[in-house]
Design a protein around this ligand. Structure first.
Ligand code: 5GP
Length: 186
């Protein structure tokens, strides 16, 4: 079986078949709404967007271009240890290259699943004394309640199935799909 085939509403990545969940048009309409909502609240504050790599890079690129006001952006790369769910350690692989104190920070996350990544990253950000802190997640799954995180802006609430596209991958493939696809297997 080929590692990558794409036809109509289906895409095959490695051993898994994915079906369309949100089209490119649906995604871009929602991202424009989020950008406008953020600009209304932060338009005069020159916020610092902090995008969590790697998955959020596509969303971040579109979101800041839908934010029609002055802003800055920085990136952070985090990994979480799946074998340590109870302690939930999250490691910083690439840190932020901007001063955070006194800044209005908007964290951009691709998808909130258990909330572990965001929970620990927000704890770190709070310790840096920002002027304000808010979070934007492109997608949110119902299991997001495992770790207590407040997501201020959500693109779409989705069922608890593995998704790819719009920056999200399955074993390296699928990040370049302009829409969102969910696993055909429950
Ligand atoms: P959490 O720390 O909230 O449990 O997980 C967040 C991270 O897990 C996301 O940033 C993403 O990298 C990964 N993740 C969770 N669910 C999915 C999914 O359905 N598809 C993909 N590609 N990644 C996911």
């Amino acid at each position: 079986m080929p590692a990558y085939t794409h036809s109509g509403d289906h895409v095959q990545l490695h051993d898994l078949l994915f079906v369309s969940l949100f089209s490119e048009a649906q995604v871009s309409a929602r991202v424009r709404e989020l950008g406008a909502a953020l600009a209304q609240r932060y338009g005069d504050k020159q916020p610092l967007f902090v995008s969590i790599l790697s998955g959020a890079f596509v969303f971040a690129a579109d979101l800041i271009r839908a934010f029609h006001a002055p802003c800055e952006i920085s990136f952070v790369k985090l990994t979480s240890y799946s074998g340590m769910q109870s302690t939930g350690a999250v490691q910083t692989v690439m840190g932020i290259d901007a001063a955070l104190e006194g800044r209005h920070i908007i964290v951009i996350e691709d998808i909130v699943d258990t909330g572990r990544t965001l929970h620990f990253f927000l704890e770190y950000l709070r310790s840096q004394q920002p002027a304000s802190l808010c979070t934007v997640a492109f997608l949110r799954k119902p299991s997001a309640a495992v770790f207590p995180v407040e997501v201020d802006y959500v693109g779409f609430d989705i069922p608890d199935r593995f998704v790819v596209g719009y920056g999200l991958d399955y074993n390296g493939l699928g990040r370049n799909l302009p829409g969102v696809y969910q696993s055909a297997e429950p």
